[in-house]
Design a binder for this molecule. Structure first.
Ligand SMILES: Nc1ncnc2c1ncn2[C@@H]1O[C@H](COP(=O)(O)OP(=O)(O)O)[C@@H](O)[C@H]1O
Ligand SMILES: [Mg+2]
Length: 231
């Protein structure tokens, strides 16, 4: 089987927050085009920290890190936004703009990129429908529940058809049926070519989707035994 293009590669990378001992001490992993990985591990193990390194929000404090084949540790600051634009992130702290509607929040990345509304209107509506908010497109965030806001943030992360999707506990605020729906959306986008990493505690979902599992513990990432199993 031909190996796809490298999307993410860490070589013996570590991350220390200020004076604290290293949170991540020995990260070596490669994610290739078209791959889907779950990321599990105990609370505080560093799942969010790892996703933030990939999103270039935290720089590894040692080791090497390549993103879309480029050396992200050596890349000049000006090169980072272009790399970041290829990533769709669904983090736990979803920041929506309060004075914009759900539709406008989701459309914003396209608008900012200078795309004509004719080219994204349908995608925005379709995504909002998919996440069950077809009838709340004109609602402002203040009138949405936590789970609804999270789904708006999810649609916003996906509207630009990113090459890499990073999701941090994306089903944390939604009921099981919606959680399954969101996971299926990631699987669909993965089939269309996006590489995906989903950090989650939800071992039922992990098992039902049946994708390989990475586990973080003691500062290291390991491939969980039993593919598709609940690491
Ligand atoms: N910005 C930060 N500054 C200092 N320590 C942090 C910061 N973010 C996370 N940590 C610490 O790093 C460790 C890993 O956290 P995190 O990546 O959030 O783990 P997880 O997502 O697996 O629960 C924890 O001990 C946490 O307290
Ligand atoms: Mg976390």
């Amino acid at each position: 089987m031909n190996a796809g293009k490298e999307i993410v590669r860490f070589e013996k990378a570590g991350l220390a927050y200020e004076e604290a001992p290293e949170t991540l001490s020995d990260i070596s992993m490669t994610l290739r085009e078209g791959e889907f990985r779950f990321l599990t591990g105990p609370s505080g193990a560093g799942k969010t920290s790892l996703l933030k390194m990939i999103y270039l929000a935290h720089k590894p404090t040692r080791g090497r890190f390549f993103l879309f084949g480029e050396d992200a540790m050596e890349a000049p600051r000006e090169a980072l936004p272009a790399l970041r634009r290829r990533i769709g992130v669904v983090f736990q702290e979803f920041r929506l703009l309060d004075h914009f509607t759900a539709y406008e929040n989701v459309a914003l990345p396209m608008k900012v990129a200078g795309v004509n509304q004719n080219q994204y209107r349908e995608d925005v509506s379709e995504l909002l429908n998919w996440v069950g908010l077809g009838d709340r497109m004109d609602a402002k965030p203040a009138t949405l529940s936590g789970g609804e806001k999270q789904r708006v943030a999810l649609a916003r992360a996906l509207v630009s058809k990113p090459d890499l999707i990073l999701a941090d506990e994306p089903t944390g605020n939604v009921d099981p049926a919606m959680g399954e729906r969101i996971m299926k959306l990631f699987v669909e986008l993965n089939k269309l070519g996006a590489a995906v990493i989903v950090a989650t505690h939800d071992l039922h979902l992990v098992q039902s989707i049946g994708k390989p599992v990475l586990r973080i513990a003691n500062g290291k990432v390991t491939r969980s035994a039993g593919a598709g199993g609940a690491g």
